[in-house]
Design a protein around this ligand. Structure first.
Ligand code: FMN
Length: 441
């Protein structure tokens, strides 16, 4: 049994037997109390080891300020009981937006972000009482080749890529973003980080994953005669230098990174992939990069993988593909295992750097047990969930108060949220929050 299967386990025994029969290594703990241990970190005490990953809502108001549904989502996330909330991909300039409804952080929208942070903090406190409040990180992004600021593709690319260019019919003579523009873009990221600090976030992340501009730079071996392409030093320059500048400019801000460890694009066009087999990670370059980022002030690492528009199952194993998408020829547990093992490898390589693990929503009711197993093996410091949070934002409270997830509330990994994002939003759970979110016809 190696091909795709939907989640249909009737018992814990069947789940564990399938993991064994696939030859995978996915830890499992019967006791989930490890999830509720606090973590002293970045001068703060996190109440527990649970995190919500960044999740685009595509529900901004005018000018990219947080809209009504954005406030609703973060109120719900803040009431979740999680120790860390990683706010979604927020564009740093209009040309780099993934769609016209993506959040955009500028002087004009800054007040809206201030109110969003206040809302999140007060909602968390109202629900949790006086205990430690969650850490709030903002993800800053430039969508690069997937930019659609007006709703139609307007790609900004760092290199041509024969595996990705056909997705948006990018012609061979489409110009590359220039070095000067990239120099300026560094400053725009630094300014945005300053605004995030002013808005009250604890930290920022320069999004370097999922094929967007900064992660594409990491793979830009074919970019010639450029300070941002070719050698490892040049390909990593943007992320390293921008990280260092943010740390120098705003020493109180936690520097985080959502790093795509491997994108599954065949060598030499991909990052972090094995030269012989693109399905397998080769973490040597990601590890070398993290060592450099540590010197620049990196204090928190959230891992991910894959490119949603290319092979979404590498980053989020699913039962059903996004509308119009195809099923991969691998068991979702293979994807989960790849993500779990990669997080573990990094956590062991960098024991003093908190690593947030990913890939847990497909596991349904077994997610807390796998998460607790990973934590107890030292395979991550925090466990993050994505799709589960849209479906079941109060999951952490249920785990704390009832010791288990409610099967009527869990994510079904149906890719409805991803389909909504592709359609331009707003994004949420079409199954558990269907009064608000519906698939387009
Ligand atoms: C609709 C949707 C939007 C997402 N938005 C972001 C985002 O803004 N930034 C990001 O780094 N990852 C984003 N992700 C990826 C998630 O953070 C997460 O890595 C992924 O869903 C796997 O976790 P899960 O299995 O718990 O869902 C998104 C995923 C989905 C499905």
């Amino acid at each position: 049994m190696s091909g795709h299967q939907r989640f249909a386990f009737k018992s814990r025994e069947e789940f564990l037997a399938t993991i064994a029969s696939l030859g995978l290594q996915i830890p499992f703990a019967h006791d989930i109390s490890g999830l509720f241990q606090s973590l002293r970190f970045a001068g703060k005490t996190l109440p527990n080891r649970l995190a919500i990953h960044p999740l685009e809502g595509a529900d901004a108001g005018p000018g990219g300020a947080p809209g009504e549904l954005t406030f609703r989502r973060y109120r719900r996330f803040a009431e979740s009981g999680c120790g860390l909330i990683w706010f979604e991909a927020t564009a740093i300039l209009d040309q780099g937006r993934s769609n016209p409804n993506q959040l955009l952080l500028t002087e004009k929208t800054l007040d809206g972000f201030k109110r969003l942070v206040e809302t999140a903090r007060s909602s968390a406190q109202k629900r949790a009482g006086k205990g430690p409040s969650p850490i709030l990180i903002l993800q800053l992004t430039h969508t690069g080749r997937f930019s659609k600021p007006q709703g139609t593709p307007a790609p900004i690319i760092a290199q041509h890529n024969p595996h990705l260019d056909p997705l948006h019919k990018i012609p061979p003579d489409h110009p590359l973003i220039g070095d000067r523009e990239l120099d300026d873009l560094q400053d725009i990221f630094v300014q945005a980080a300053g605004m995030a600090a002013e808005a009250g976030f604890d930290g920022v992340d320069i999004k370097a994953c999922h094929g967007y501009l900064v992660s594409e730079l990491l793979a830009s071996r074919s970019r010639r005669k450029s300070r941002y392409g070719g050698s490892f030093v040049n390909r990593t320059r943007f992320l390293r230098e921008t990280t260092g500048k943010i740390k120098a400019g705003f020493p109180g801000l936690l520097i985080a990174s959502r790093l795509g460890l491997y994108d599954s694009i065949p060598y030499p066009h991909g990052f972090g992939t094995d030269k012989r087999e693109a399905a397998n990670p080769d973490l040597s370059e990601p590890i070398a990069l993290i060592k450099e980022l540590r010197k620049e002030g990196l204090g928190l690492l959230n891992i991910t993988a894959g490119i949603p528009a290319y092979r979404p199952h590498y980053g989020r194993p699913f039962d059903k593909p996004v509308r119009g998408g195809i099923l991969p020829d691998e068991h979702p547990l293979t994807g989960v295992s790849r993500l779990v093992q990669s997080a573990s490898r990094l956590q062991k390589e960098f024991p003093s750097l908190p690593v947030v693990g990913t890939g847990y929503s497909w596991l349904r009711r077994f997610f807390p047990h796998v998460a607790a197993g990973v934590l107890s093996n030292g395979g991550a410091s925090l466990i993050g969930v994505g799709r589960l949070a849209y479906a079941y934002p109060d999951f952490a409270w249920d785990l704390m108060e009832k010791g288990a997830l409610d099967p009527r509330k869990i994510c079904l990994a149906c890719s409805g949220c991803s389909t909504l994002l592709r359609a331009g939003g707003p994004v949420g759970c079409i199954v558990r929050d269907k009064a608000i979110y519906h698939l387009p016809r």
